[in-house]
Design a protein around this ligand. Structure first.
Ligand code: GLN
Length: 502
């Protein structure tokens, strides 16, 4: 048997190599994410035991946090395209990992240029690594291999194990040696991930290799041609021009960053319109439409969920009573609740849905996603209670926070893994990796929304913001449940013949 054909616990060994690489990558990502707003808002005087921060207002910090977490995921689209068209996924992951080591390494320095350079490198690194490593996991299995879903769940646990370890350890490191030691730890861990990936190459010979595009291959997407066709489709062209004008308007009235974002989104939207036109049957067109509609749920979900590293993180730092048996729990440690709950409940939630499906009850991906939004939204009820308690007594109990993260996690488990497999079910293979990139970009847009909503808390107060998120998410989730029937009709039975294989 060649190394790449060997198995461990019934799965290809390559899965464990990718699992560990992604685990260390997520360690560095979530470790750094947990520190980010706290570091930006910490005073420049160094009165904080964690050392001098940047002394920004929470509004400024949350604004940058929004841009950063958005760009990290939006870069999945170019990251995926570079792999597809130029170097293959395997090399893209390698370059991504190297760039991430550099990025986290630069953040060890205290200069402000180093701060921006480091963030920029992390954005590029994650963009190259994250979508492509996920595609490589899929590539380990032949079509129809029933181990694929399980492989993805194992991989999702790796993600959260990384996040759990990071948020448990980084907070303590920062308390002892300061912010930049925390950033440095993320860098060292990423180096481990890189070494682990290099070591594991022999188990990955069969996946992620670059296949040079063949001429006239029907499965090859030519972005140039798709955009070229835009000029032959008057309706789409007019729509694109309107979007471009709106982008330029955004550039002048908001910030240049928004201008660039809108132009990028215009490019993505026109590409999606052209793909829709190209799809050769009404069934595929309808499915594509449903998928795009489901991305609205994705944006709303992450727009609320991503308060975790931002507003809720700041709230924990300043307003939650973190004393437990005479010990003050470091703020960053509360970020591990999400990952911890995922590891505890992932299988329970999956088997709940499996049992429901066996009984013939509603269990479509769209239903799970809508329910996920509602459950996650109810998590904010506990944040509302926390804010009420704070207004009364000047502090709020950590119980609220724990309950909020518990609901957020159950919601995430209903939506996030489900959405990933939903994409692969509804998209023709040819467009699957592009749509994976678009999905991650949608989660990135959600993160930007989260930043904007979080910023508004400095004007409206946390109570109003938490209550607003609760009401909005529950309404959106309920609306999607109300239109479930027609939406499901548009999927043309994409999920009807699924068999549960465990
Ligand atoms: N928590 C998951 C991860 O880090 C999902 C993040 C997302 O889709 N935006 O991979």
């Amino acid at each position: 048997l060649k190394p790449h054909q060997k198995e461990l616990f019934g799965q290809p060994i390559g899965l464990y190599i990718l699992f560990l690489t992604e685990m260390w990558e997520r360690f560095s990502y979530y470790g750094m994410r947990a520190l980010l707003v706290l570091y930006m808002t910490s005073s420049t005087l160094g009165t904080d035991p964690r050392g001098a921060g940047l002394g920004w207002t929470s509004k400024e910090a949350l604004a940058l946090y929004g841009w950063y977490t958005m760009l990290v995921y939006v870069m999945s689209i170019p990251g995926g395209m570079i792999a597809d068209k130029l170097i293959g996924q395997k090399k893209a992951v390698l370059y991504g990992a190297i760039i991430l080591c550099l990025g986290h390494g630069v953040l060890v320095m205290t200069d402000i240029w180093a701060f921006y350079t480091g963030l920029g490198l992390v954005i590029l690194g994650v963009g190259l690594l994250k979508p492509n490593i996920s595609t490589m996991v899929g590539g380990l299995y032949k079509e129809g291999d029933i181990r694929r879903d399980k492989g993805f769940s194992i991989f999702y646990i790796g993600i959260n194990l990384g996040s759990l370890l990071a948020t448990m350890i980084v907070g303590l490191v920062v308390l002892k040696w300061g912010w930049h030691a925390g950033f440095g730890l993320a860098g060292i861990v990423m180096l481990l991930g890189l070494m682990n990936y290099l070591y594991g190459q022999k188990y990955l010979t069969q996946v992620g290799n670059f296949v040079p595009p063949k001429k006239d291959d029907p499965n090859e997407i030519s972005y140039g041609k798709l955009y070229g066709k835009l000029f032959k489709s008057p309706t789409q062209l007019v729509f694109t021009i309107i979007l471009l004008i709106a982008s330029v308007w955004g550039w002048y009235t908001l910030e240049w960053g928004y201008g660039l974002l809108f132009i990028f989104l215009t490019a993505v939207v026109s590409l999606l319109m052209m793909i829709y036109k190209e799809l050769d049957s009404q069934i595929y067109k309808d499915r594509f439409m449903v998928l795009l509609l489901s991305f609205i749920m994705v944006i709303v979900f992450w727009g609320a969920f991503e308060q975790a590293g931002g507003l809720m993180n700041l709230y924990t730092d300043t307003k939650i009573d973190r004393e437990l048996f005479g010990w003050t729990i470091p703020t960053v440690m509360f970020q591990s609740l999400n990952a911890g709950f995922i590891i505890l409940f992932a299988t329970a939630v999956a088997s709940f849905w499996a049992k429901r499906k066996l009984k013939g009850k509603e269990g479509s991906s769209l239903f799970k996603m809508a329910l996920g939004i509602i459950i996650m939204g109810f998590g904010f009820l506990f944040m509302v209670f926390a804010a009420m308690e704070y207004e009364k007594s000047g502090t709020s109990s950590m119980i609220w926070l724990v309950l909020a993260y518990l609901f957020h996690t159950i919601g995430e488990l209903c939506l996030s893994p489900v959405a990933l497999s939903f994409i692969t079910k509804l998209t023709p293979v040819k467009y699957a990796s592009l749509m994976m990139g678009v999905y991650f970009a949608a989660t990135g847009l959600g993160s930007k929304v989260a930043g904007i909503v979080g910023e508004a808390a400095s004007d409206f107060g946390e109570y109003t913001i938490f209550l607003g998120i609760l009401i909005f998410t529950v309404i959106v989730g309920t609306l999607f449940i109300l239109i479930l029937k027609p939406l499901k009709r548009l999927t043309h039975g994409a999920e009807d013949n699924e068999r549960i294989m465990h």
